[in-house]
Design a protein around this ligand. Structure first.
Ligand SMILES: Cc1cc2nc3c(=O)[nH]c(=O)nc-3n(C[C@H](O)[C@H](O)[C@H](O)COP(=O)(O)OP(=O)(O)OC[C@H]3O[C@@H](n4cnc5c(N)ncnc54)[C@H](O)[C@@H]3O)c2cc1C
Length: 377
């Protein structure tokens, strides 16, 4: 018998959708061309930021807030802290910018957030150089997400409910006629069929669904792991929050793995896909940028010696909003893609939404900003 849903792409979005579909009693087959988790995919790193701050765009703050109970439920079910809410501090370089706008939205929505002057920041986090910023916004619900561990946990839980997971299975063709999708073919010529098809192939979704000409821009995003030269205890998640200086284009995490801290960038990277080689090399220019960032904002850490690099690719739409929709001429085809460098925090909610769409034809959250037809306008 055909499964109810075939999911193509086992990153965090495919994994979360598979998990929710099995929760709703559906039979699911999940295919990925690589291992799951795929270290070269968008979800393929240890950590991602969880934050409620999205400037004045309250829509995304609301989605992030709706994701929290789903994350906490997942933490319970998986028996591990996949979302660790150790708080997030954002250092502002000017008044009235992203941080102030975010703070305003957080207050209006009754979240626990503080706008901290320099003396207050010095008191709580003396390692931050208060000469380098104007003020800070701290919100308690922010924190870090264990990325690849989340993918593994979701897949594992879905398997327990009967999902069939097939890594190293690359879909090379989508077979479609006027009534919808008839099946997909893998690189060995095998035909896979289901009642419904969900495409969550991350940055590769455009290649897979060529006929829809999805406007996805794929870029390589650099990340760096650095080993603090001293005082490591004070940078552990119990003492140090996730931090960001949007005006300087950098964010970072407390020490989390083998004594390393991770830094990432808000700057859009060069176009292209990360390959398995480049994905583990330390990018020298980025290392230089991170060193001067730390020298300025957390001088204690500027003298790091040991580093490791990582490049993950990301896919972004022209308006920055995601794609979460049914395919226009295929009633049994669905797509979730274009999650740029902000999507991980919404993964449980997106997975639930895809499952609702496939099972019941409608979703609890409003999808108006995620519809495909917006690109035609
Ligand atoms: C550097 C970086 C930093 C980020 N930071 C944050 C952050 O701090 N906070 C946050 O919330 N979000 C962040 N994000 C965004 C978040 O990580 C992504 O939005 C999310 O991981 C996207 O998941 P996905 O499942 O759509 O894609 P992916 O994880 O890329 O999964 C797609 C999967 O599809 C598979 N696939 C591709 N083609 C095929 C095929 N033909 N057949 C079968 N399988 C196929 C791939 O192997 C892959 O495993 C960041 C992203 C990047 C790149």
């Amino acid at each position: 018998m055909k499964p109810s849903v075939l999911v193509v792409g086992g990153g965090v979005m495919g994994a979360a959708s598979t998990y929710w579909l099995t929760q709703m009693g559906r039979s699911v087959v999940l295919l990925d061309r690589c291992d799951i988790p795929n270290i070269g995919g968008s979800s393929g790193d240890h950590l991602r930021v969880f934050q409620l701050t999205h400037g004045k765009d309250a829509f995304y703050t609301d989605l992030a807030a709706k994701s929290i109970p789903l994350w906490l439920g997942l933490n319970d079910e998986a028996g591990e802290k996949l979302l660790h809410q150790n708080g997030m501090i954002e250092l502002a370089l000017k008044e009235g910018g992203f941080e102030d706008q975010s703070y305003q939205v957080l207050k209006e929505m009754n979240f626990r957030a503080e706008r901290m002057g320099k003396p207050e920041v010095r008191r709580h986090h003396p390692m931050l150089n208060s000469r380098s910023f104007q003020f800070a916004v701290f919100h308690h619900d922010g924190g870090m997400i264990w990325g690849m561990r989340t993918v593994s946990a979701l897949v594992h839980l879905a398997q327990r409910k009967g999902a069939k997971v097939r890594p190293l299975t690359e879909v090379t063709a989508v077979l479609q006629d006027k009534d919808g999708i008839r099946g997909v073919r893998d690189s060995h010529g095998k035909l896979w069929q289901a009642e419904n098809y969900l495409f969550t192939a991350g940055p590769w979704t455009g290649q897979l669904l060529k006929r829809y000409k999805l406007p996805l821009k794929v870029t390589k995003q650099e990340q760096l792991y650095v080993m603090p030269p001293s005082n490591r205890g004070r940078y552990r998640p119990e003492h140090f929050p996730v931090f960001a200086v949007r005006g300087a284009g950098i964010y970072g995490f407390p020490i989390h793995i083998h004594g390393y801290m991770k830094l990432g960038t808000y700057v859009v990277g060069p176009p292209g896909f990360a390959d398995s080689v480049s994905s583990t090399k330390t990018p020298p220019q980025f290392e230089k940028k991170c060193r001067s960032f730390l020298q300025k904002y957390i001088p204690d850490l500027g003298g790091f010696s040991e580093t490791e690099g990582k490049v993950c690719c990301s896919a972004t739409t022209p308006d920055g909003d995601f794609i979460v929709d049914r395919l226009p001429d295929a009633p049994n085809g669905f797509v979730a893609a274009g999650f740029s460098t902000t999507g991980m925090k919404f993964a449980p909610l997106i997975g639930k939404t895809m499952a609702e769409l496939i099972v019941g034809g409608r979703s609890e959250i409003n999808l108006h900003r995620f519809r495909l037809h917006r690109f035609k306008r």
